[in-house]
Design a protein around this ligand. Sequence first.
Ligand code: ATP
Length: 222
Amino acid sequence: MKRIGIFGGTFNPIHLGHIHVVREVKEGFGLNKIFLVPSALPPHKEPSDVVNARDRIEMISLAFSNWSDFEVSDVELKRLGPSYTIDTVRHFKSVLPKDITLYLILGMDAFLEIDTWKSYMDLFLLVPFIVMARTGTMDDGTVLKWKNVDDYIKSKVSDGYQFSASRSCYIHDEKQPVFIFNVTPVDISSTKIRKLVKNGSSIQFMVPETVEELIKSKGLYL
Ligand code: ATP
């Protein structure tokens, strides 16, 4: 049976942190393919900060040009209005063959805000989650957040979720599983990259070379 992941984000811009963790998830879960889904109008971000969706798509395509198992999807750009994950999951469920298992991949930071997402309860009925946990070395409280997941999922989603240590997964009788997957922490963020570019500093080793060239040639984030 095929397994396919959806990894959504603003990707403003895509960086080596995203690339590294999404490859770890692909290996760890034996996924056949991952769709990268940039959001058109991120409901949670300040739109003036965000470069044109076409530029973000181009950067993702460049970043994954050598890996056919990763594909950028423009589904959120084709819809009018803000991008909501629930609509994206419904879209992929309707167009992919029925025997495919779809997974929604997201960072721990995003997961811990999921109760602010449109129809988030329906998401837990529709699709298993892979939550990427960056434990260990981050100095931003990530370890603490890991501990908070238990309280969060039980209070905001359902107290029927129980942690299965053997599967590193929250399971529920009626809802989809939520896998917690430890990834190697890579301390890079799009915010950091945008700041560096604005200050005229190098972003070498933070984004693929081809992405760096595109940012320079188009004068993005200045
Ligand atoms: P920004 O700094 O603009 O908030 P970001 O770097 O967090 O952006 P997003 O596009 O918002 O990037 O991230 C998409 C997803 O990737 C989120 O679920 C986020 O948790 C995850 N993510 C971002 N950076 C990393 C990283 N270095 N390691 C692991 N996951 C990451």
